[in-house]
Design a protein around this ligand. Structure first.
Ligand SMILES: [Zn+2]
Length: 69
């Protein structure tokens, strides 16, 4: 669960009434992506939520050129 610092959110974002990424209010963002540091739910649009995904686990092997060529 992501925790967003309320200091970086506006009032609507903090209350889950606007997208935490793009600040869109209507339609109401569909996804709850985390909580604010005031522990209210924080929302984002589906497409914006993709930007919030935590980075991939660096230990996961990635497809690509083999290192032992
Ligand atoms: Zn958005």
């Amino acid at each position: 669960m992501l925790v967003f610092d309320s200091a970086h959110l506006n009032r609507l974002q903090e209350d889950g009434l606007a997208c935490v990424v793009c600040d869109k209010r209507f339609p109401l963002p569909a996804l709850t992506v985390g909580v604010s540091s005031a522990s209210s739910p924080v929302r984002a649009c589906e497409e914006c939520a993709l930007l919030l995904e935590p980075p991939a686990d660096p230990t996961t092997p990635r497809p690509g050129p083999s290192p032992d060529r």
